[in-house]
Design a protein around this ligand. Structure first.
Ligand SMILES: [Fe+2]
Length: 220
């Protein structure tokens, strides 16, 4: 049984308990697909810390959309988006691996990076942050940090590898400024595909009213 552990998010120590871990694993069962024990534990703990740092009770408490102001899924949660992208990413990699002998990818990294790619949304999607940024965009920016930027902070604070932080950091537009890893390239297009297919399939509702749940604990 893993011990409770402290992760510092913005200089606040968050104690990760087994109860917090269990809730994350219930919501994101694909974490169990990661074979490496340390990587699996760090992905679980990173999400537990991220959710607690924002005063959320669950990943699914975030608006189910790509950006804080983009159309939301009609049904399903933010966790479902992330799970689906991870599953799609893995299928792409497995498909290439099936037919091409020279295709090499890191399965654990593919799963871990995809499951953490939107972890920084706990900051960018926080309704109090959005209201603050909107009220005075020139003070700290609007948003001050997008989810890729804040995702780097969470991933590295939780002891996740550089390659996972890279996938959080550069799966979106920020990645146009650098060369993406193989796993991040797969993730980038799986993520993009998810939202395009959701749009084409009539799964989005630009006017979906999203009432954020009441914060738990002290939040940010
Ligand atoms: Fe995403």
């Amino acid at each position: 049984m893993p011990e409770p552990r402290d992760i510092r998010i913005r200089d606040r120590a968050i104690t990760i308990t087994d109860e917090m871990r269990r809730k994350i694993l219930d919501e994101m069962p694909e974490i169990e697909w990661i074979e490496d024990e340390t990587l699996r534990a760090n992905v679980t703990d990173a999400w537990a810390a991220a959710v607690a740092s924002a005063g959320l009770a669950a990943i699914g408490d975030m608006r189910p959309s790509g950006n804080y102001d983009s159309p939301a899924l009609k049904t399903g949660t933010q966790a479902d988006h992330i799970r689906s992208v991870a599953r799609m990413s893995l299928k792409i990699a497995e498909e290439m691996d099936t037919l091409f002998a020279d295709f090499r990818y890191d399965r654990d990294l593919m799963i871990a990076g995809a499951l953490c790619h939107d972890i920084g949304k706990v900051w960018e999607f926080d309704p109090e942050n959005v209201a603050r940024w909107r009220a005075d965009p020139r003070k700290t920016g609007f948003p001050s940090l997008r989810h890729p930027g804040y995702g780097i902070h969470i991933c590295l604070s939780a002891g996740l590898p550089e390659a996972v932080a890279h996938m959080a950091a550069a799966h979106s537009g920020e990645g146009e400024l650098l060369i993406r890893s193989l796993e991040n390239t797969i993730l980038r297009w799986a993520d993009h595909t998810f939202w395009l297919v959701a749009e084409a399939g009539g799964m989005l509702d630009a006017d979906r009213d999203w009432t954020p749940p009441k914060k738990v604990g002290s939040g940010q």
